[in-house]
Design a protein around this ligand. Structure first.
Ligand SMILES: N[C@@H](CCC(=O)N[C@@H](CS)C(=O)NCC(=O)O)C(=O)O
Length: 203
Protein backbone atom coordinates (compact mmCIF):
# COMPACT_ATOMS: atom_id res chain seq x y z
CA UNK A 1 0.00 0.00 0.00
CA UNK A 2 1.28 3.51 -0.80
CA UNK A 3 -0.11 6.90 0.15
CA UNK A 4 0.61 9.70 -2.31
CA UNK A 5 0.86 12.59 0.07
CA UNK A 6 1.82 16.28 0.15
CA UNK A 7 3.38 17.50 3.38
CA UNK A 8 2.16 21.09 3.16
CA UNK A 9 -1.34 20.49 1.77
CA UNK A 10 -4.61 20.53 3.68
CA UNK A 11 -6.45 17.44 2.38
CA UNK A 12 -3.55 15.00 2.68
CA UNK A 13 -3.12 16.26 6.25
CA UNK A 14 -6.63 15.02 7.04
CA UNK A 15 -5.54 11.50 6.10
CA UNK A 16 -2.27 11.78 8.05
CA UNK A 17 -4.15 12.83 11.20
CA UNK A 18 -6.69 10.03 10.69
CA UNK A 19 -3.87 7.48 10.40
CA UNK A 20 -2.09 8.90 13.45
CA UNK A 21 -5.32 8.58 15.49
CA UNK A 22 -5.56 4.94 14.39
CA UNK A 23 -1.86 4.34 15.13
CA UNK A 24 -1.43 3.16 11.53
CA UNK A 25 1.68 3.67 9.47
CA UNK A 26 1.48 3.61 5.67
CA UNK A 27 4.44 4.14 3.31
CA UNK A 28 4.24 7.57 1.68
CA UNK A 29 5.30 9.09 -1.59
CA UNK A 30 5.68 12.87 -1.46
CA UNK A 31 4.04 14.65 -4.41
CA UNK A 32 5.47 18.10 -5.05
CA UNK A 33 2.42 20.19 -5.99
CA UNK A 34 4.43 23.40 -6.29
CA UNK A 35 6.39 21.89 -9.17
CA UNK A 36 3.22 20.45 -10.74
CA UNK A 37 4.38 16.84 -10.41
CA UNK A 38 0.67 15.96 -10.10
CA UNK A 39 0.13 17.20 -13.66
CA UNK A 40 2.62 14.66 -15.01
CA UNK A 41 1.62 11.52 -16.91
CA UNK A 42 2.46 9.13 -14.07
CA UNK A 43 0.40 10.84 -11.37
CA UNK A 44 -2.45 11.72 -13.75
CA UNK A 45 -2.78 8.03 -14.59
CA UNK A 46 -3.38 7.38 -10.87
CA UNK A 47 -5.74 10.29 -10.34
CA UNK A 48 -7.07 12.07 -13.42
CA UNK A 49 -8.37 14.79 -11.05
CA UNK A 50 -4.67 15.65 -10.39
CA UNK A 51 -5.12 16.02 -6.66
CA UNK A 52 -3.54 14.53 -3.54
CA UNK A 53 -4.03 12.41 -1.45
CA UNK A 54 -4.22 9.15 -3.37
CA UNK A 55 -3.98 5.66 -1.90
CA UNK A 56 -2.69 2.81 -4.06
CA UNK A 57 -3.32 -0.71 -2.77
CA UNK A 58 -0.99 -3.67 -3.27
CA UNK A 59 -3.22 -5.04 -6.05
CA UNK A 60 -3.02 -1.69 -7.90
CA UNK A 61 -6.49 -0.43 -6.90
CA UNK A 62 -6.57 3.33 -6.53
CA UNK A 63 -8.60 5.37 -4.03
CA UNK A 64 -8.69 9.16 -4.27
CA UNK A 65 -10.62 11.65 -2.07
CA UNK A 66 -9.52 12.09 1.54
CA UNK A 67 -12.75 10.87 3.11
CA UNK A 68 -12.92 7.78 0.87
CA UNK A 69 -9.36 6.92 1.89
CA UNK A 70 -10.25 7.41 5.56
CA UNK A 71 -13.30 5.15 5.15
CA UNK A 72 -11.05 2.43 3.73
CA UNK A 73 -8.77 2.66 6.77
CA UNK A 74 -11.75 2.66 9.16
CA UNK A 75 -12.88 -0.63 7.61
CA UNK A 76 -9.39 -2.10 7.90
CA UNK A 77 -9.05 -1.01 11.50
CA UNK A 78 -12.34 0.01 13.14
CA UNK A 79 -10.83 1.17 16.43
CA UNK A 80 -10.58 3.84 17.57
CA UNK A 81 -13.80 4.67 15.79
CA UNK A 82 -13.62 7.96 13.86
CA UNK A 83 -16.67 7.72 11.58
CA UNK A 84 -19.35 7.17 14.19
CA UNK A 85 -21.00 4.17 15.80
CA UNK A 86 -24.46 2.78 15.05
CA UNK A 87 -26.98 4.23 12.59
CA UNK A 88 -27.44 7.51 14.44
CA UNK A 89 -23.78 7.97 15.39
CA UNK A 90 -22.62 7.41 11.80
CA UNK A 91 -25.27 9.77 10.43
CA UNK A 92 -24.27 12.50 12.93
CA UNK A 93 -20.59 12.27 12.04
CA UNK A 94 -21.43 12.35 8.33
CA UNK A 95 -23.72 15.34 8.82
CA UNK A 96 -21.02 17.35 10.63
CA UNK A 97 -18.22 16.18 8.38
CA UNK A 98 -20.11 17.45 5.34
CA UNK A 99 -21.10 20.72 7.01
CA UNK A 100 -17.51 21.42 7.99
CA UNK A 101 -16.19 20.42 4.59
CA UNK A 102 -18.64 22.55 2.60
CA UNK A 103 -19.05 25.54 4.93
CA UNK A 104 -15.54 25.94 6.32
CA UNK A 105 -12.88 24.01 4.43
CA UNK A 106 -14.20 24.89 0.98
CA UNK A 107 -14.57 28.66 1.61
CA UNK A 108 -11.07 28.71 3.19
CA UNK A 109 -9.60 26.87 0.20
CA UNK A 110 -11.42 29.17 -2.22
CA UNK A 111 -10.12 32.24 -0.37
CA UNK A 112 -6.57 30.92 -0.62
CA UNK A 113 -6.66 29.50 -4.12
CA UNK A 114 -8.25 32.61 -5.64
CA UNK A 115 -5.88 35.11 -4.01
CA UNK A 116 -2.43 33.56 -3.54
CA UNK A 117 0.06 34.42 -6.33
CA UNK A 118 1.51 30.90 -6.11
CA UNK A 119 -1.90 29.42 -7.05
CA UNK A 120 -2.26 31.35 -10.31
CA UNK A 121 -1.07 28.43 -12.43
CA UNK A 122 -3.32 25.96 -10.62
CA UNK A 123 -6.55 27.92 -10.17
CA UNK A 124 -7.60 29.04 -13.63
CA UNK A 125 -9.18 31.53 -13.77
CA UNK A 126 -8.05 33.00 -10.47
CA UNK A 127 -10.75 35.43 -9.28
CA UNK A 128 -9.65 37.63 -6.34
CA UNK A 129 -13.25 38.89 -5.80
CA UNK A 130 -14.34 35.29 -5.28
CA UNK A 131 -11.59 34.91 -2.64
CA UNK A 132 -12.97 37.92 -0.77
CA UNK A 133 -16.57 36.69 -1.07
CA UNK A 134 -15.64 33.41 0.63
CA UNK A 135 -14.03 34.95 3.73
CA UNK A 136 -17.21 36.10 5.54
CA UNK A 137 -18.84 32.74 4.77
CA UNK A 138 -16.07 30.93 6.65
CA UNK A 139 -16.37 33.34 9.60
CA UNK A 140 -20.15 32.95 9.69
CA UNK A 141 -19.76 29.17 9.97
CA UNK A 142 -17.11 29.54 12.71
CA UNK A 143 -19.62 31.55 14.71
CA UNK A 144 -22.26 28.86 14.19
CA UNK A 145 -19.78 26.18 15.27
CA UNK A 146 -18.88 28.19 18.36
CA UNK A 147 -22.54 28.10 19.44
CA UNK A 148 -22.70 24.32 18.88
CA UNK A 149 -19.47 23.67 20.77
CA UNK A 150 -20.93 25.33 23.85
CA UNK A 151 -22.93 22.10 24.36
CA UNK A 152 -20.42 19.32 23.72
CA UNK A 153 -16.75 18.36 23.66
CA UNK A 154 -16.31 17.57 19.98
CA UNK A 155 -18.02 18.61 16.78
CA UNK A 156 -20.27 15.58 16.29
CA UNK A 157 -20.76 14.75 19.97
CA UNK A 158 -18.69 13.56 22.92
CA UNK A 159 -16.32 11.51 20.75
CA UNK A 160 -13.52 12.80 18.56
CA UNK A 161 -14.30 12.10 14.87
CA UNK A 162 -13.35 12.86 11.29
CA UNK A 163 -15.49 16.02 11.58
CA UNK A 164 -12.97 17.33 14.14
CA UNK A 165 -10.09 16.41 11.85
CA UNK A 166 -11.59 18.31 8.91
CA UNK A 167 -12.48 21.30 11.10
CA UNK A 168 -9.02 21.32 12.67
CA UNK A 169 -7.09 21.34 9.38
CA UNK A 170 -9.54 23.91 7.99
CA UNK A 171 -9.03 26.14 11.05
CA UNK A 172 -5.25 25.95 10.65
CA UNK A 173 -5.69 26.81 7.00
CA UNK A 174 -7.50 30.07 7.84
CA UNK A 175 -4.14 31.77 8.42
CA UNK A 176 -2.72 31.23 4.90
CA UNK A 177 -6.22 32.00 3.59
CA UNK A 178 -5.99 35.33 5.47
CA UNK A 179 -9.19 34.81 7.42
CA UNK A 180 -9.05 36.02 11.02
CA UNK A 181 -10.82 34.00 13.73
CA UNK A 182 -12.86 36.36 15.94
CA UNK A 183 -11.44 36.31 19.47
CA UNK A 184 -14.88 36.14 21.11
CA UNK A 185 -15.49 32.58 19.83
CA UNK A 186 -14.56 31.11 23.22
CA UNK A 187 -15.97 27.60 22.69
CA UNK A 188 -14.28 27.32 19.33
CA UNK A 189 -10.94 28.39 20.82
CA UNK A 190 -11.34 25.85 23.66
CA UNK A 191 -12.17 23.08 21.17
CA UNK A 192 -9.12 24.06 19.06
CA UNK A 193 -6.88 23.82 22.15
CA UNK A 194 -8.32 20.34 22.96
CA UNK A 195 -7.73 19.04 19.43
CA UNK A 196 -4.30 20.58 18.96
CA UNK A 197 -3.14 18.94 22.22
CA UNK A 198 -3.73 15.48 20.71
CA UNK A 199 -0.55 13.74 19.52
CA UNK A 200 -2.16 13.25 16.08
CA UNK A 201 -2.28 17.03 15.50
CA UNK A 202 1.42 17.15 14.67
CA UNK A 203 1.56 15.65 11.16
N1 LIG B 1 -11.81 16.57 -2.43
C1 LIG B 1 -10.42 16.21 -2.52
C2 LIG B 1 -9.60 17.48 -2.62
C3 LIG B 1 -8.15 17.18 -2.88
C4 LIG B 1 -7.36 18.46 -3.11
O1 LIG B 1 -7.88 19.52 -3.47
N2 LIG B 1 -6.05 18.34 -2.90
C5 LIG B 1 -5.18 19.49 -3.11
C6 LIG B 1 -4.18 19.55 -1.97
S1 LIG B 1 -4.96 20.08 -0.49
C7 LIG B 1 -4.44 19.31 -4.42
O2 LIG B 1 -4.02 18.23 -4.74
N3 LIG B 1 -4.27 20.38 -5.18
C8 LIG B 1 -3.57 20.36 -6.40
C9 LIG B 1 -3.93 21.50 -7.28
O3 LIG B 1 -4.78 22.28 -6.91
O4 LIG B 1 -3.35 21.62 -8.35
C10 LIG B 1 -10.03 15.40 -1.28
O5 LIG B 1 -10.69 15.54 -0.25
O6 LIG B 1 -9.08 14.60 -1.33
Amino acid sequence: MKLYDTALAVNPRRVRIFLAEKGMDVPRVEVDLANLIHHGVEFTALNPMQRTPVLVLDDGSVIAESVAICRYFEELQPEPNLLGEGALGKARVEMWQRRVEFQLLLPAMNAFRHSHPGMKKREIPQIPEFAEANKPKAVEFLRFLDGELGNRTFIAGENFSIADITAFVATDFLKPARIAIPSDLIHLHDWYARVSARPSAVP
